[in-house]
Design a protein around this ligand. Structure first.
Ligand SMILES: Cc1cc2nc3c(=O)[nH]c(=O)nc-3n(C[C@H](O)[C@H](O)[C@H](O)COP(=O)(O)OP(=O)(O)OC[C@H]3O[C@@H](n4cnc5c(N)ncnc54)[C@H](O)[C@@H]3O)c2cc1C
Length: 434
């Protein structure tokens, strides 16, 4: 089957309105680099706080079409705690802080959607952490107590009840977690953030920042088409920080791939799925993410890789076969022709699992390293980056700065070898859950 890396979410949401290229010399108070969730949330924050100031946002490709549109649409407030983060263990304090940040991030998404009137299939009914092999979800009571201790609502479901809920005999155990966790259509969400920007924010597309240099009290950014000088710069480029000259952030890119099926309208699928919608996250980093979407489409994301070169189309075709295998294990009867869209995207990761959220230099601020939860956290980070740049302290900003410990990355080629091996191991370890 021919594939073209077309993101299903973007195809279903429709293309965002175009913006011009940046040309010539321009000056502004604030330059935002990157038109994803984080950059757009920062732009909304700046426009609301400083209506008289000039804000420019530049995007290398199209606004609202990078990872922010290409992800699986889980707005994460509460992650599943690790074995060393359970209530009563020494890691619980860190998990509590992460959950406080997560809950604030989930709220930020809800508020943005409500204030800006974004139609993005937002559903805050929660989702499942589900497994095929019981060994991959243990210490159930301790997990439930820990989740409840940080304000989540969590319940355990197994066997036939779970199979009826998801329409699949594949999953054996699950924890359903709500109280902040939500699902949404990511391309509609980020497009909504872009299309509701106040007029004061100037947006340029196809305008990559090629380098950043200090200029007097501020910064000069060289772009494809010209130059922008700015008093303050917010680098919101996710996995691409080195491209704007920030090399020691402790973050690196992982490439993921996903597929969405056609609408499964036959009686068989209608009987299995009804009008339900649900989401499933694996408990292992290499396991599959599944969603049942409105209109009875299925989404699967079951590859994650560290690569020096992006996947080409024939490699993406091989990933599409993995998507089909993952779907058929769960829903026998699906065939290759049922996959309507297959695409890739990059997320920014860190060794520790914690982000880089930092003042890089005077007037230059950057955030990256979402580790797969940037839909909610990116929305919050956009605002907090502005608050950090304006030296406006808050308990939440202190929490975020305290967690900004991305960890040490060894130099290349040692890092490349180590990262590729680690991701290959995570993938093998999760073979039963893919
Ligand atoms: C397949 C997949 C599934 C995922 N699933 C989830 C999920 O379910 N839940 C979740 O929370 N997160 C998920 N993520 C991660 C999530 O997508 C990211 O955390 C989020 O998009 C980060 O937003 P951002 O705005 O920081 O970065 P991005 O969305 O990456 O935006 C950065 C923008 O900067 C632009 N840019 C880069 N370099 C330059 C430059 N030099 N000049 C100008 N612009 C530049 C890029 O083109 C891009 O548009 C997933 C990611 C992928 C790829």
């Amino acid at each position: 089957m021919a594939i073209d890396n077309r993101c299903g979410w973007i195809a279903l949401a429709g293309e965002p309105s175009p913006h011009p290229r940046q040309r010539g010399r321009q000056a502004c108070d604030w330059l935002i680099i990157g038109g994803g969730i984080t950059g757009l949330a920062a732009a909304h924050t700046l426009a609301a706080r400083f209506p008289g100031q000039r804000v420019i946002l530049v995007e290398r490709q199209r606004v609202a079409q990078g990872a922010s549109a290409r992800n699986s649409g889980f707005a994460v407030s509460h992650e599943l705690p690790g074995a060393n983060e359970l209530l009563g263990s020494p890691g619980f304090a860190g998990y509590e802080v992460a959950s406080r940040i997560g809950a604030a991030a989930g709220n930020e998404v809800r508020q943005r959607i409500a204030e800006l009137g974004i139609a993005c299939e937002y559903d805050d009914g929660g989702y499942h952490f589900a497994v095929h092999h019981p060994a991959h979800l243990q210490q159930i009571d301790a997990l439930l107590h820990t989740l409840e201790a940080v304000g989540a609502r969590a319940s355990y479901v197994e066997g036939e009840a779970l199979q009826q809920r998801l329409g699949s005999e594949f999953y054996q155990r699950a924890i359903h977690c709500s109280g902040g966790n939500a699902l949404l259509q990511p391309a509609s969400y980020v497009r909504g953030l872009a299309e509701t920007l106040p007029q004061g924010v100037e947006v340029f597309e196809h305008s990559a920042v090629l380098d950043l240099r200090r200029a007097g009290q501020g910064w000069q950014a060289r772009t494809d088409g010209g130059e922008i000088t700015a008093s303050r710069v917010l680098a919101c480029v996710g996995a691409f920080l080195p491209r704007v000259g920030v090399h020691r952030s402790g973050t690196f890119a992982l490439e993921l791939s996903a597929s969405i099926t056609r609408p499964l309208s036959e009686a068989h699928w209608q009987g299995l799925f009804g009008e339900r919608r649900w989401g499933v996250l694996s408990t292992l980093p290499g396991g599959a993410t599944l969603r049942l979407l409105p209109g009875r489409r299925l989404l699967i994301r079951n590859t994650v890789e560290y690569r020096r070169r992006d996947l080409n189309i024939s490699q993406l075709q091989a990933r599409q076969r993995q998507h089909l295998q993952g779907l058929v294990k769960r829903f026998p009867g699906l065939v290759a022709q049922d996959l309507e869209y297959t695409w890739t995207g990059h997320l920014s990761a860190t060794r520790s699992g914690e982000p880089c959220f930092a003042q890089i230099d005077e007037g230059l601020y950057a955030v990256a390293g979402c580790n797969g939860s940037g839909v909610a956290r990116g929305t919050l980070w956009g605002r907090l980056l502005v608050e950090m740049a304006c030296a406006e302290p808050s308990a939440l900003l202190t929490d975020v700065l305290g967690q900004s410990r991305p960890g040490y990355l060894p130099p290349r080629p040692f890092f490349d070898i180590g990262a590729a091996l680690r991701m290959a191991w995570e993938t093998r370890r999760a073979a039963l859950e893919r």
